[in-house]
Structure formats: structure tokens, C-alpha cells
Write a protein that binds this ligand. Sequence first.
Ligand code: CP
Length: 363
Amino acid sequence: MRHLLDIDDLSTEELSELLATGADISKNKEKYMDICHGKKLATLFFEPSTRTRLSFTAAMMELGGNVIGFSDPKSSSASKGECVSDTIRVVSNYADIIAMRHPNDGAPLSAAMHSGVPIINAGDGEHKHPTQTLADLMTIQNHLGKFDNLTIGMCGDLKYGRTVHSLIVALTRYKNVKFILISPEELKLPRHIKDIITEHDMQYIETSDMNKYMQELDVLYMTRVQQERFVDIQEYLRLKDSYILRADKLKAAKKRICIMLPLPRLNEISKYVDDDPRACYFEQTLNGKYMRMALILKLLDEYKKDSSVGREIKNQAEPIMSFSKPLKCRNPHCITNKDDDLKQLFVSDDNKVYRCAYCEQEI
Ligand code: CP
């Protein structure tokens, strides 16, 4: 069964198809208004959200379907201690497709292993946020018309910013993309994402200076410092206003720079920038709805075609790699360290580096 746990679950051709469908939906809404009649989307949000949850809800409603779910785990049996895998197993009896956000890295893999219906990762911890990437790609395409030969500035919290991780992974599949990684030392991009850039023979530069490369950038992707991931509140307070994009900083920028921000905004971009025609962040939220509509259609269509899949899940997925000696993922935020009954699974790359299959932490 197809799920969307990571942007790499989609081939480049499939991304192009989704972008084409998203564009068509944006122009021909009436063509799609009844396609999901009788279908239900479950939105299971174990973490707060405005854009992602409501755009999924609007997406399913505009496709003629219905939506069930919860926006706060306190109102679900998670508050009584129910594990993700049991919740998913139950909800896949009630819905045709599930969009889930969870504070633990790798929770979507656990969900997919126990689901009878397609799972969409709506953001897991500091790990990935693939449907935000779909919104981001549509926005870049609409403004710049291409993904090749771009210089992308990523600015702010590159360590905990899951939208950054997914977008970089997506962009490495195109040609000659250069990344300018702008962050304080404490919030640098994780090693394994930098490795993905170099594995694709692409260049990245790390800097703490927001102004230094401004004139080169085709995209400036600002991010919020993710308070919810910090253990030390003092450190958060020290870092939270590391970068504020004000209108004067854009004087050196290209005429067609695409200024992006996944939102919510605290202080990352001055409101005076909002009226600049290069500011794309509110358009990103609209594009998110169109791309989530396209994704729902694709996953439901493939689920329908796969006649071997029953409504009730019969077996757990086979281990990707397991060891005789018990190994534990050392990421304290990994879902395997929350749900003790989950199998520890690991994957290795060509260099024999082993990673947790759920959260990708190196072991
Ligand atoms: N961009 C994003 O994920 O926003 P929400 O947290 O409001 O869903």
C-alpha cells in the first residue's frame, strides 16, 4: 500500500504529476468537487496545527468527502495511554485515508506498519514534513517556473525544522541546486541531511550571516526557531530572534527572489515585507491545500487499484533489518522510545552506516 511518510516515497515523475494535478485543481475546482463522495479522511493531530490540519480538512471537503479526527490528543484515548499503533489500527476501520501529525520522530512508519489504509505524514517531531514540501514545490514552480539551477537559502532553525529537511531532500533530485545554510552554530542542519546533499554532488555553504549571500538567492526560506523541541528554555530565548527578515535586508536581493516561510510566524519576517510581491508565504498555505487534494486523490486511487489490500490489516511489515543483539535507537524523541512494543528496525547505506528505520538517527 502506498503511504506518504517521506518525500522520497514519491518519484520525480510522481512529483511532477502531483504538481500538474495541483495546478489543474487550482484552475478547475468544480471538476474535482465530487470525486471523493462517500470517502472519509481521518486527521489525527497529536500536535498543534493550523495550516496542515485545516488545509487537509478543506482539501477533503472540496473533493466532496468527509473528515473525522481530533486536533488535540487530550481529547483522544492517547490521553489514557493508548499507543499510536493501536489508535491507527482502530481508525483505519473508520476512514479511507489518514493524515497524522505526531511529536515523536518516526511515528508515521509505526502507523503505516499497523494501518489498513494509506497514511500521510503531516509532520513528525523534528524529522520530516513531506506535505509542506509539496506546498513549497508548487510555490517555487509558480514563481520561478523551475527547480534546476537554483540557489536556495535556508535560514533559521535548520536543526529542528522538519520542513527544511524534507524540502532539501526533495530539491536534491533536480539539477545543480546550491544550498546556502544560514543558522547559528547550535541550529545547524543535521549531518545526515548534509550527507544527502553531497551524495547528489550538490554544493552547500554554511554561514551564520544572513546578508552575505543575499544577492545570489533565488529562494529565501525562513524558518521559526522551534520552541517545542528545546529542552533548555534559556537556550531557546537566546536563539529565537537570531534572524529577522526586514525590508531593508532585501535591497540586495534579486528582483524575483521567492521569500518563503512555512508559518506560523513569530518574529522571523517583518510584517512590512508582506506586501512585497516577492513574499510567497501566504500563497504557500493555499498551494498546500491544492497539493493535499492532489495527494489524497493519488493515494486513494492507488489504494482502490490494489485489490489485494483488505480493510483489516493482517500482518505487520517485515523488519527492514534486525539484529540478534538488542539495539535501541538512541534518539530520545524516536517513537521506538515511546512505544516499547515497537520492533527496533534499522537500515544501512552503502557505507555501512546503520540508522533507525523510524527516525533515521545513526546508531
Ligand atoms: N506549516 C505548518 O506545518 O503549519 P501548522 O503547524 O500550522 O500546520
